[in-house]
Design a protein around this ligand. Sequence first.
Ligand code: SF4
Length: 234
Amino acid sequence: MRPSASPFSPEEAAVRDKILEVHRRLVELYGERTRNKRRDPVSVLVSTILSQNTNDTLRDRAYKRLRERFPSWEEVRDAPLEAIEEAILPAGLSKQKALRIQEALRRITQERGSLDLSFLKNLNVEEARKWLMSLNGVGPKTAAIILLFSLNMPAFPVDTHIFRVSKRLGLIPRKATREKAHQILERLIPPEFYYTFHLNVIEYGRKVCTSRNPKCEVCRLRDLCEFYQQEDRG
Ligand code: SF4
């Protein structure tokens, strides 16, 4: 029997090999990630909208205030907009985010009859992504976070750290858009690695391959890095 043809072009296969090696080294460094108790998809949706253009600490503060003041998502949906805005102030862009959260909660209720996104589990990943991205303020990253973290579906979210590190390593072209980055990485990373790879690359981006002044001198991925080779000090 002839071996089945690889689904990857030679260029893609080379990038995939690099991804596997990056994954192996980061697992050596940070380990495999185990899934914590999964949060329901509506909670992840709200939390991810809050996280746009801010850091985790401020997102968490805003989320906590929101939950303290409005213990159910129905109450968040039906509250006066200004009350939501006030509750989520720490996350910034509170007017826009409050509007997006309420619009999303109302749309889910209209279409599904209740605040429940578990129906997405019955769709394939592309259908589920399309549905989520039809919500105002939900882009490819937010959709992939909900799919991967809450519904355990095979989607790979590309945040700012993953976008930067992937470009530097040459896993995606320098000029790739965020949307393109999602498509390329989701195709080339084996789905069983999505969860660990996502968290490990973010940690590496925060600690070593930082936005400004990356710590190339101590980097374990240096020999794989296009940015380093181009910037090579000889
Ligand atoms: S060599 Fe520098 S730029 Fe390349 S991955 Fe490592 S820290 Fe980032």
